[in-house]
Design a protein around this ligand. Structure first.
Ligand code: SF4
Length: 331
C-alpha cells in the first residue's frame, strides 16, 4: 500500500472545504476502499476521514418520509424502528448484504459508492480492465462472466453494481442528497449510478468535491406488500446473481395503485424501468401482470456466455417476488 496523508475534519463544513482540494478521497467505514487500497487498485494521496461527522441520524420527515444520514451504519439502518416499520423492504435488503461485521462498519453513503466486484477489476494480474485502466480493454467480455451484466452494459464494461441496499432504495424511489462547498443538490437515486458507456471508470454522477450527506425516502404505503428476493450462490456473504425489490401499494380490492420495482446484480446500476412499474399499476398483481412487468424490465437483456442463465432467472425471480409481495410480507 502506498503512503498517504490522513485528515479527520471536525465538522461537515471543514470536510467540504477539504473536499474542494484536488486529489482527496473521503473514507467512512472503509469496507470497500481499504480492499481497493491493499490491492493497489486505489492509490489515494490524501484520505479525508468523514466517519465521525454528525450525519448519523435517521429522522422522520414532515411528509411521512424518512431521511437517513450518510454516516448511518448499515446495521443501524436495518434495525431502526422507523425503517423496519415503514420500509421493511430496505431493512431486508440491508440484512441480505455482506456480513454482520461488515454491516457494522459500512455506512449508507459508502454503500452507494462501493465499486463493482468484477474479479478482473480487483486483480491487476489481469491486464485488461477499462474500469481500472481506461482504454485497456475488458477481460470479462470473453472471460469468466457468470456474475456480470445482462442489461445496460457496453462493449467497454459489463460489470454489475454490487449493492443490495441501493436496489431497495431504487424501488422505493429514494433521493440522494449531495453537498459540496458550492451548495446542495438532490437527485433521484435511479439517476445517481451510471451505465458504463465508454467511460466505465466513472461509476456515479457524484462530483470530485461532493459528499453524500443523506438519502431521503418518500412516504410509502407499501410496507405490508414489499419483498426483497436475493438469488445467490450461497446463503450468506455472497453478491446477488439476481435480486428483486418490489414495493406494492394496493387498494381495498387488492389492485395495485402504485408499484416500485428494481433489479440488482444485472446491470452497472440498480435496474429500474418506469414502464415495468406502469405495467402493474391499476391491475391485480397476478401472474399476467407480473409477466408484463418482467417483460418490460428485461427488454433488451442479453448474456455474454456464462451469464446467459440470468435472463430466465431474473424473469422467474420477478414473478416470484411480485407474487410474494402481493400475498403480504413479514419481517
Ligand atoms: Fe473491468 Fe468492467 Fe471489464 Fe470487469 S467488466 S474487466 S470491471 S471493464
Amino acid at each position: 500500500m502506498d503512503n498517504f496523508l490522513y485528515e479527520r475534519p471536525a465538522s461537515i463544513a471543514d470536510a467540504l472545504a477539504l473536499m474542494a482540494q484536488p486529489g482527496v478521497t473521503p473514507i467512512a467505514g472503509g469496507s470497500n476502499l481499504l480492499d481497493l487500497m491493499k490491492g493497489g487498485i486505489a492509490r489515494p494521496c490524501k484520505l479525508i476521514d468523514v466517519s465521525r461527522l454528525p450525519w448519523d441520524a435517521i429522522e422522520a420527515l414532515p411528509d411521512g418520509g424518512l431521511r437517513i444520514g450518510a454516516g448511518v451504519r448499515n446495521t443501524e439502518a436495518a434495525d431502526h424502528p422507523l425503517v423496519r416499520k415503514r420500509y421493511p423492504l430496505l431493512s431486508r435488503a440491508l440484512l441480505a448484504g455482506a456480513t454482520q461485521q461488515l454491516r457494522n462498519m459500512a455506512t449508507v453513503g459508502g454503500n452507494l459508492l462501493q465499486r463493482t466486484r468484477c474479479p478482473y477489476f480487483y486483480d491487476d494480474g489481469f491486464r485488461r480492465c477499462n474500469k481500472r485502466e481506461p482504454g485497456s480493454g475488458c477481460d470479462a467480455l470473453g472471460g469468466f462472466n457468470r456474475g456480470h451484466a445482462i442489461l445496460g452494459a457496453s462493449e467497454h464494461c459489463i460489470a454489475t453494481h454490487p449493492s443490495d441496499m441501493a436496489v431497495a432504495m431504487a424501488a422505493l424511489q429514494a433521493r440522494v442528497v449531495l453537498q459540496s462547498a458550492r451548495g446542495e443538490r438532490v437527485m433521484p437515486l435511479s439517476d445517481f449510478h451510471r451505465l458504463p458507456g465508454d467511460t466505465p471508470q466513472q461509476d456515479t454522477e457524484i462530483a470530485p468535491d461532493e459528499l453524500i450527506t443523506a438519502v431521503e425516502l418518500p412516504p410509502s404505503q407499501a410496507a405490508g406488500h414489499s419483498q426483497y428476493l436475493k438469488i445467490r450462490d450461497r446463503a450468506s456473504y455472497a453478491f446477488a446473481l439476481v435480486s428483486v425489490a418490489v414495493a406494492l401499494e394496493l387498494d381495498g380490492a387488492g389492485r395495485v395503485t402504485r408499484a416500485g420495482l428494481a433489479l440488482g446484480g444485472v446491470a452497472h446500476k440498480p435496474w429500474r424501468v418506469e414502464a415495468a412499474e406502469a405495467a402493474l399499476a391499476g391491475r391485480m398483481p397476478d401472474e399476467a401482470a407480473a409477466n408484463d412487468a418482467a417483460d418490460a424490465l428485461l427488454a433488451g437483456a442479453r448474456g455474454y456466455g456464462d451469464n446467459d442463465f440470468k435472463i430466465e432467472l431474473a424473469r422467474r425471480a420477478v414473478r416470484r417476488a411480485i407474487a410474494r409481495a402481493a400475498r403480504g410480507s413479514t419481517l
